[in-house]
Design a protein around this ligand. Structure first.
Ligand code: DAH
Length: 501
């Protein structure tokens, strides 16, 4: 059993004294302890290890009051009268003469005590003593109390009388003693070695070899301590970092794009018709300033053609949307509504040479939608978007990658079902199964349509997916209200545990 040096010291006192039980007062006088608090603290540890019992006995102690001290020094008033008469060589004195001997306040009580104890008779105003050297138990006891406070040694009647006279005070104290248990007795049969103990090993201890002489204190890490709240990342940041790590581990690289975008990049390039309801005021934040942005002329022409007639470089590849595509709409500025913009801008930025190579990129960022705030909607939230572009990638590969991605995020029951997005075909939605919650939709994905890719000059298939990270964070943190994520309540932030999957 691992013992603290003080525990060893206390046990050593028992071992040396060959006693089984010792009062704390005595133990604390031993030079190995030297203080009562130390004895008690150590005894508590030892009793936790069942090596000793702490035995408490309530005891009454008696001691002289201030008046008692005086009475002992000057003599009881009744004794002072007797002594006075002894000096005078008489056995009686008129009461009226007593104020030579006693204070006014002492006279009446003194007469009472003389009568009560049958020391003197009082007749017609004169006090007669039988024996001027009378014996008084009360005096005797008071004298003894001065040196021995143990109340049990005295006649309770006398104690009562002295107390009534205000000569003594009684206090209740707890006498503690430490007693070895059976286990403790066993343990001290072996020699106890007291080695200097250190709790920190320093360079010096190692260099001069002193560490060999010391006992290095071990720590009990299971003991509860005060809670500490060191600095840490916000749980939302943790989610972002975790997802980033997973994606980087899967071979993706990160791309970024601005928060403020033209409708051209946010919608047109993604083959979303300019009259698509998603562009309505209720979903998109339109900017007053800047209210229009520049768009690349070359690409604009191509995107206009695909929207209006489904034509790329003079070749008809689609039905198109058959409406009049307007530059003023393309130029309007919005807060991006999804991170799909980052993917598409990345593809648009590729040189001809790069277009022949495979690409895997992702973007994690904030997106904005004009939603009214409730437990699952905020006007501003995080999305994570990724694409894979390569020679022969197909829809099955997309599902495979997503299942792997979701597994790495800790979801093991996953299913996909068909879905619709304006810029992908075919499209799917993935759901994950959560104990007690059932199937939850977690991401959208698909293969970019030719109407999206061809105007950019991309000939290879591109797999794409988008996942709501705020949603993921809620699942991770067990939140039912998305607003909690951004309230930044310190008590929650301090306590919240984030465990990487
Ligand atoms: N951009 C979509 C949204 O915000 C999510 C999405 C769906 C992204 C399918 C994709 C995708 O890349 O293929 O709801």
């Amino acid at each position: 059993m691992e013992l603290h040096i003080d525990e060893k010291k206390l046990l050593k006192i028992f071992q040396d004294s060959k006693r089984e039980e010792m009062p704390v007062s005595e133990l604390s006088k031993n030079e190995l302890m030297n203080s009562e608090t130390k004895v008690m603290r150590t005894a508590l540890w030892l009793s936790g290890k069942e090596l000793v019992d702490i035995i408490e006995k309530k005891k009454k102690h008696v001691r002289l009051s201030k008046r008692g001290e005086d009475a002992l020094n000057k003599g009881f008033p009744e004794r002072r009268i007797a002594n006075y008469l002894k000096e005078k060589g008489s056995n009686n004195v008129p009461i009226k003469d007593i104020d030579n001997i006693l204070d006014k306040s002492e006279i009446n009580p003194a007469l009472g005590h003389l009568k009560r104890k049958n020391i003197a008779k009082i007749e017609k105003g004169i006090i007669y003593f039988d024996n001027l050297d009378y014996k008084d138990d009360e005096e005797e006891v008071l004298k003894k109390i001065k040196t021995d406070a143990n109340i049990e040694k005295y006649n309770p009647k006398i104690i009562n009388l002295l107390k009534k006279r205000g000569l003594i005070e009684i206090e209740e104290i707890t006498d503690r003693s430490i007693k070895l248990t059976k286990k403790g007795k066993e343990l001290i049969k072996n020699p106890i070695e007291i080695k200097e103990e250190i709790s920190q090993l320093t360079r010096e201890h190692i260099v001069d070899g002193k560490w060999r002489e010391y006992h290095i204190r071990s720590y009990d890490v299971s003991i509860p301590t005060e809670e500490v709240y060191p600095a840490k990342y916000h749980p939302m940041t943790r989610v972002i970092y975790e997802v980033k790590e997973v994606l980087i581990g899967m071979g993706f690289k990160e791309v970024k794009s601005p928060i403020v975008e033209s409708e051209f990049w946010n919608f047109d390039v993604l083959f979303e018709p300019q009259d698509h309801p998603a562009r309505d005021m209720q979903d998109t934040f339109f900017l007053k300033y800047p209210n229009s942005g520049e768009i690349p002329g070359n690409l604009f022409k191509k995107v206009k053609d695909i929207h209006e007639r489904g034509v790329v470089d003079g070749k008809k590849i689609s039905k198109g949307w058959n409406y009049e595509f307007k530059k003023e709409i393309s130029e309007r500025m919005v807060l991006r509504t999804h991170t799909t913009v980052s993917s598409i801008k990345y593809l648009a930025s590729l040189s001809n040479d790069e277009k022949n190579k495979p690409h895997k990129v992702f973007c994690i960022d904030r997106v904005f939608r004009n939603e009214s705030i409730d437990y699952k909607h905020l006007p501003e939230f995080y999305q994570c978007e990724g694409i894979i572009m390569d020679e022969n990638v197909n829809f099955n590969n997309l599902i495979g990658v997503l299942v792997e991605f979701l597994k790495r995020l800790g979801f093991d029951k996953i299913r996909v079902r068909p879905a619709y997005f304006p810029f992908t075909e075919p499209s799917l939605e993935a759901e994950v199964y959560l104990e007690g919650k059932g199937w939850l939709e977690i991401l959208g994905a698909g293969m970019f349509r030719p109407e999206v890719l061809e105007p950019l000059g991309i000939k290879k298939p591109v797999l794409a997916w988008g996942i709501g990270l705020s949603r993921l964070a809620m699942l991770r943190l067990g939140l039912i209200d998305i607003r909690e994520l951004h309230k930044n309540q310190l008590t929650w932030l301090k306590r919240v545990k984030y465990v990487n999957k």
